[in-house]
Design a protein around this ligand. Structure first.
Ligand code: CP3
Length: 341
């Protein structure tokens, strides 16, 4: 069956770019909030295959989207490795910060058994999904996961992880090695459970100089791409190094990802110059433009569509949709991309 989004990742430009929305299952949808309230905690929702499959499918019932993305979170990996992870309502994730001594307590052997419910979610979504829709799996990339494991929460500058990496390089390398292996095993399991393509969320690829970017972003992601393809030949992989700026060309060449997710700060023309001809791109509308809606949003959608008209393009936001986004604006976005107004 023809899957326009998967074909675009494989390098075939579609007359109408396929579309999905980062964080498309989430709090801007009342039906999500309803299931979320029933599930108990956020992690309980992630580990409940029936409810997680339900919220995965919700956005596709409302909008003409070309893909479902597994409902889970990047922080299920540290949770599965045995680090304490909690989600505080209104505050975001809280982890017990890891120390060099604590690395020995992580349990890589526990990873896949712990994540079996997430794999079951994929199987359930796969069997419910229309055949022309692409199923996207994902994980967080090692550097991004490490920033949360070390600081114990999100931060604006990732200083704790950057200092850890520079002052305790051996312990840091050990942590990255654990996360690379965990990511490979988890993504291989997702592809075997039904994911058509997987996305590597490197949400904190910003704030790194070029030397650290090569060491902490490019090299671990390169190893994951190679490791996954060693087990699943031809596995399709989208890289999303948010904030990679002038490093995107090198990131693509070195990692071998099939397609590149662009954040909204990336100028369309600049990306066109840095990236090889024919490389599929995904993005990159600013989520705040979607929240604001109206003519400014439609103008920017048109600019992005025109800017990437010469290569395979998956339309998306340049980062996750904001919880306050009006649903009518999402309808307007979908209609504009699909050429219906
Ligand atoms: O895209 C999707 O619809 C699939 C589900 C998904 C979630 N998180 C659900 C979620 C995906 C792909 C993620 C990825 C994720 N999680 C990232 C990378 C992408 C990005 O946005 O940069 C990161 C950094 C996280 C970590 C995380 N999870 C944070 C910082 C937070 C709190 C901030 C917030 O928005 O509340 C979460 C919680 C989270 N993950 C929610 C959802 C729907 C909201 C929690 C809730 O419903 O109570």
């Amino acid at each position: 069956m023809h899957k326009p989004l998967l074909e675009t990742v494989a390098g075939l430009r579609q007359a109408t770019p396929p579309l999905w929305i980062m964080r498309q299952a989430g709090r801007y949808l009342p039906e999500y909030r309803e299931v979320r309230a029933r599930a108990g905690s956020f992690l309980e929702l992630c580990y409940n295959p029936e409810l997680a499959a339900e919220v995965t499918l919700q956005p596709l019932r409302r909008f003409d989207l070309d893909a479902a993305i597994l409902f889970s979170d990047i922080l299920v990996i540290p949770d599965a490795l045995g680090q304490t992870v909690r989600f505080e309502v209104g505050e975001g994730p809280r982890l017990e910060p890891i120390s060099p001594e604590g690395l020995g307590k992580l349990r890589p052997d526990n990873l896949i058994p712990h994540l079996m419910p997430v794999l079951e979610t994929l199987q359930r979504v796969k069997s419910a999904l229309a055949p022309e829709k692409t199923l996207i799996g994902f994980c967080g990339s090692p550097w991004t996961i490490a920033t949360y494991m070390i600081a114990g929460q999100g931060s604006t500058d990732q200083a704790a992880a950057r200092i850890f990496a520079l002052t305790q390089p051996d312990a840091f390398k050990h942590l990255i090695d654990i996360l690379v292996e965990a990511s490979i095993a988890y993504l291989v399991a997702q592809l075997r459970a039904g994911a058509d393509v997987v996305q590597l969320f490197e949400s904190w690829a910003l704030n790194l100089d070029e030397v650290s970017f090569r060491a902490q972003v490019i090299e671990p992601n390169r190893r994951i791409v190679a490791g996954v393809r060693a087990e699943v030949p031809g596995a399709r992989i989208i890289g999303f190094p948010r904030g990679a700026a002038g490093m995107i060309g090198e990131y693509v060449a070195a990692t071998g990802v099939d397609a590149l997710g662009l954040d909204y700060a990336m100028p369309v023309g600049f990306a066109g110059k840095l990236l090889p001809q024919g490389l599929p791109v995904q993005g990159n509308l600013d989520p705040i433009r979607l929240l604001a809606g109206g003519a400014q949003m439609e103008r920017r959608i048109d600019e992005i569509l025109e800017g990437f008209a010469n290569r395979p393009h998956i339309f998306n936001l340049g980062h996750g949709i904001l919880p306050e986004t009006p649903i009518a604006h999402v309808d307007q976005l979908v209609a504009r991309v699909k050429g219906r107004n």
